[in-house]
Write a protein that binds this ligand. Structure first.
Ligand code: ZN
Length: 75
């Protein structure tokens, strides 16, 4: 059986349906037996749901250029 730390690391991929079937089954089995991880998944799902309700804001182009320049100081 997967350990809690392994299930926690796989949570996002599992919620996105990105895990191979065998691994997804292992996660579901763990969730059936572990209230800690069920609570973690529920909180993660609520957080993602809340984030999806926020409007998508794009920075002004000048701001975006300054951010990119800061990320690539060699350029
Ligand atoms: Zn667990």
């Amino acid at each position: 059986m997967l350990k809690c730390i392994e299930v926690t690391e796989l949570a996002t991929d599992h919620m996105e349906g990105a895990l191979p079937a065998r691994q997804a089954l292992s996660v579901r089995l763990h969730l059936a037996l572990c209230s800690f991880c069920r609570r973690h998944f529920r909180q993660l799902s609520q957080t993602v749901g809340l984030l999806n309700t926020l409007p998508v804001e794009h920075p002004a182009i000048a701001t975006e250029e300054r951010i990119v320049a800061g990320l690539n100081p060699a350029e």
